[in-house]
Write a protein that binds this ligand. Structure first.
Ligand SMILES: Nc1ncnc2c1ncn2[C@@H]1O[C@H](COP(=O)(O)OP(=O)(O)O)[C@@H](O)[C@H]1O
Ligand SMILES: [Mg+2]
Length: 252
């Protein structure tokens, strides 16, 4: 079982879309996938038409009732989820107040090993304890980067955190995924150029284009390939997934 976290402390860059679209490509390739929604806003949970206000057994409980958590079916084969609930209590606070917090998630994930090929963790847009938990638990990290000037500042901070973790012995293999790329705009092409110059080793060689079909799929609550199999966005996420799984096989 491989655990992939999808993180960037900036919101609206395509984390949740990347999580569902990569999961979609994996289940299409007959892999068993567990989604873990660590974002208290519950976007991934709502995407799959579970009501974040009503779900029980959520990732929220991971931090104190870990043994009780059971993934739920999503209605799509080989795709299960531990949803997030937008509970009254503050998940971020709870995660930070626990002892041994970095390990809670690892321990629970260990118990899932027989059941899944991949676990994808969607994270909130904050460099807080929830993201740190996800980073502590993952085998590799995907960082969606919106191809827009404003994206770069946040990215630098994120990479500083990864460097710090690396120095403390927790080296995380990460891949930058340029998202919402629009080749007609200067902002997109220049941002991509910058990423190529500065982060060539960590940058995925493709791009995820702007594709309204991805937004449409999210509105309809369906993994994108189920409705728009040939669309540019779906094809790009399939290529990304193949390059990521290929990499892991090479490393094995
Ligand atoms: N490649 C894309 N093309 C068009 N719209 C996209 C694309 N990726 C994401 N979106 C849309 O942009 C918004 C933010 O994406 P989301 O995945 O929710 O970001 P995050 O999880 O980082 O906040 C959503 O409305 C989503 O449908
Ligand atoms: Mg999100």
């Amino acid at each position: 079982m491989e655990v992939w976290a999808i993180a960037n402390q900036k919101g609206g860059v395509g984390k949740t879309t990347t999580t569902i679209a990569v999961a979609d490509a994996l289940i299409t390739r007959h892999q068993r996938v567990l989604l873990l929604d660590l974002d208290p806003q519950g976007s991934l949970t709502s995407y799959l038409q579970l009501d974040p206000d009503l779900v029980e057994n959520t990732s929220y409980d991971l931090f104190d009732q870990v043994d009780r958590i059971q993934p739920k079916e999503t209605g799509f084969d080989n795709l299960h989820i531990v949803g997030a609930s937008v509970g009254p209590a503050n998940l971020e606070k709870r995660a930070s107040s626990l002892k041994g917090k970095g390990l809670v998630l690892n321990r629970w994930l260990d118990a899932q090993k027989e059941h899944y090929d991949y676990v994808l963790i969607d994270t909130p847009p904050a460099l807080g304890m929830l993201m740190i938990n996800a980073l502590a638990a993952c085998d590799q990290l995907l960082i969606p980067v919106q191809t827009d000037y404003l994206a770069l500042k946040g990215l630098e901070r994120m990479i500083k955190v990864l460097d710090m973790l690396g120095k403390s012995g927790r080296f995380i293999h990460y891949t930058l995924v340029p998202t919402m790329f629009d080749q007609r705009t200067n902002a997109s092409t220049r941002t991509l150029e910058f990423l190529k110059n500065k982060y060539s080793d960590q940058l995925w060689s493709g791009v995820i284009p702007v594709d309204t079909k991805l937004r449409e799929a999210s509105r309809l609550g369906v993994p994108p390939s189920f409705l728009f199999a040939g669309s540019h966005g779906v094809l790009a996420y399939a290529a990304l997934t193949d390059s990521l799984t290929g990499k892991l096989i090479e490393y094995a």
